[in-house]
Design a protein around this ligand. Structure first.
Ligand SMILES: [Zn+2]
Length: 242
């Protein structure tokens, strides 16, 4: 299938550049890390988050405790990886983040070692589309072959696994998600972790059923018809009947 909910809802990041030190973006990255830490997806110093604003990227520093991250622990780089603001070295997965921005025009990237996603990445070659919500990530989630952390080989294999997808698993390592906004990239990370948990529980009881192409297409059509995922006010004529 060539069209998925991910394609339909994905849009590239706004191309407005900023000459500032990205104060708001650095604060937003720190907020996202604390949220993902509270949800159990970012543990200790493992994982990294970035947010793009035009030609600049606010990205977590290497060695920082992510669940307690503050804006001054977020470094600003250009799209070549040169540090332009901040006092700390950026994450060792900088090339992976920059690659996602270059190849897919993303607005934000989240990389975690979340427990369920990492467990699945140790066993499967792909997370099958066992639940229709996975279509928000593009359906089946590929597992990129293992390579040493921080290497161009790992970045390349993860970028390939992300083709047409908002998420990929990284063999024996973790997960990466991206989206047009940081909020969406965080949502994708939470959705992927939930889906990996569902799969693990389902597989413990037997062979999980997988949604076939026709079932996936029907979900996309239904979602488009109902503008799924957004709230809708009750029309005024019906308000008195609630
Ligand atoms: Zn990692």
């Amino acid at each position: 299938m060539n069209v998925t909910l991910f394609h339909l809802y994905a849009s590239v990041a706004p191309m407005t550049d900023s000459s500032s030190a990205l104060g708001q973006e650095r604060a937003a990255v720190a907020d996202a890390c604390r949220r993902l830490g509270a949800e159990g997806l970012l543990i200790g110093t493992a994982g990294n988050v970035s947010l793009r604003a035009g030609e600049r990227v606010a990205i977590t520093a290497t060695g920082a405790v992510l669940a307690e991250l503050t804006a001054d622990q977020v470094t600003v780089v250009d799209l070549d990886g040169k540090v332009v603001a901040g006092t700390l070295q950026p994450t060792s997965e900088l090339e992976l983040h920059l690659g996602v921005y270059r190849r897919y025009g993303a607005g934000a990237v989240v990389h975690t070692h979340a427990p369920m996603a990492t467990a699945v990445s140790c066993v499967l070659d792909e997370l099958p589309c066992v639940h229709y919500q996975l279509l928000a990530l593009g359906g089946t989630v590929r597992v990129a072959p293992y390579a040493t952390f921080g290497t161009p080989e790992l970045a390349e294999s993860v970028l390939d696994a992300l083709d047409g997808r908002g998420a990929a698993l990284m063999a024996n390592h973790g997960a990466v998600t991206h989206a047009a906004t940081l909020g969406k990239a965080v949502e994708h990370a939470l959705l992927l972790e939930w889906a990996c948990g569902v799969y693990q529980r389902a597989a413990s009881m037997g062979r999980p059923r997988v949604l076939d192409e026709q079932q996936q297409l029907a979900v996309i059509e239904a979602a488009l018809a109902r503008d799924y995922g957004t709230t809708h006010p009750v029309p005024p004529a019906q308000e008195g009947n609630r």
